[in-house]
Write a protein that binds this ligand. Structure first.
Ligand code: AHM
Ligand code: MG
Length: 345
């Protein structure tokens, strides 16, 4: 018993007890941006609480509505969206917001400096089965002399222009993973005091991996390059990649990216031919771009197969994008299959 308590105390001491605001100010982030990030997290703490209540609060299950992407909205999709939207639109530094659950962008304050896009509850097919879901956010600067935030054109900037990106993972612990362009830090919500506390600094994704994540049930709709890569993985030691692969699929991008940050891996939601008019399932401005910024800041790579995700020029707030991201050397192998684009990193 004594031994156990000693090692437990050591573990606690090892954690830096820095709070989120201390970390952000060390990164030289402006006071305005800090207030925007803090407001996102105020809403996320509320979402975490509501997810914890679940059936007790009568908020599981679907609504009768669909979002602009034709997906049925869950009650918690709508609640999470309202919390983020209402909190951010009353922040004086937010010019506008764009959300997976809103048809159009919404104006905040005319003089606001920042634009925020978010997926309020990603992986929401997991809600009713009590599995991990998350909130993803991306922050851009509003162009100077831009019109009000209900003009979506001011949002249409490539991911390279993001000034911050992050996600909150609602799992056994509530975690925040965030970057302001100075590496990636992991914070754990201490629910007793309602603060995110730094629990891991400067996350780095391992360069090599033997673990892939893809929805195999879509295999027949993939492009030949993706079919070939997965075929090589499945051949294991005897195949051209020369190693045995493991597979994971949580159906929650936040959970998949988090696993990759912690132990390496590759995540793919590639283009598929189910609906040829769509470039992929995932959305560029509030899924692909923020996750790419996090992954690249942690030393990984992200690609559509043909170009870096953050170089894609958006045409619409709800644009879709093929996503291949994770451990650098494995992403390079997939990209090499497509042949017409070699990553610079
Ligand atoms: P959502 O934003 O509607 O939840 O959809 C995005 C999610 C991702 O989190 C996940 O990677 C993917 O959809 C799972 O898709 P599938 O249903 O094909 O497993
Ligand atoms: Mg999503």
């Amino acid at each position: 018993m004594l031994k156990l308590s000693i090692s437990f105390n050591r573990k606690v001491e090892r954690f830096s007890m820095k709070r989120l605001d201390q970390v952000i100010s060390q990164e030289g982030v402006s006071a305005e941006l800090e207030l925007v990030i803090k407001d996102i997290l105020v809403a996320c703490k509320d979402i975490a609480y509501k997810l914890g209540q679940g059936e007790l609060a009568g908020i599981l299950g679907a609504t009768e509505d669909e979002n602009i992407q034709g997906e049925t909205q869950k009650m918690l999709d709508v609640i999470s969206n309202d919390l983020l939207k209402d909190t951010l639109c009353s922040n004086a530094f937010v010019k506008g917001v764009g959300s997976e659950e809103e048809d159009y962008t919404i104006a905040g304050h005319a003089d606001g400096k920042y634009l925020v896009t978010f997926d309020p509850l990603d992986g929401s097919s997991n809600i009713d089965v009590n599995l991990s879901v998350g909130t993803i956010f991306s922050i851009l600067e509003a162009p100077e002399d831009s019109r009000t935030g209900d003009d979506q054109n001011i949002f249409l900037q490539p991911g390279r222009k993001q000034v911050a990106a992050g996600y909150v993972l609602y799992g056994p612990s509530t975690l925040l993973v965030m970057t302001t362009g100075k590496g990636v830090n992991l914070f754990t919500l201490d629910a007793n005091v309602g603060e995110f506390v730094l629990t891991q600094e400067q996350l780095k994704i391992t360069e090599d991996t033997a673990e892939f994540a893809i929805n195999m049930s879509n295999q027949r709709f993939w492009e030949p390059e993706m079919k070939e890569y997965i075929d090589h993985c499945l051949q294991g030691e005897e195949g051209p990649l020369g190693k045995r692969y493991n597979m994971r699929w949580v159906a929650s991008m936040v959970a998949e990216v988090h696993r990759i940050l912690i132990r390496g891996g590759i995540f793919m939601y590639p283009y598929d031919s189910r609906d040829p008019s769509k470039a992929g399932k995932l959305r560029l401005m509030y899924e692909g771009n923020p996750m790419s910024m996090i992954v690249e800041q942690a030393g990984g790579l992200s690609s559509t197969g043909h170009q870096c995700i953050m170089d894609v020029e958006p045409q619409d707030i709800h644009d879709r994008v093929p996503v291949i991201l994770g451990s650098k050397n494995e992403v390079k192998k997939v990209v090499a299959m497509y042949g017409d684009y070699i990553t610079k990193s």
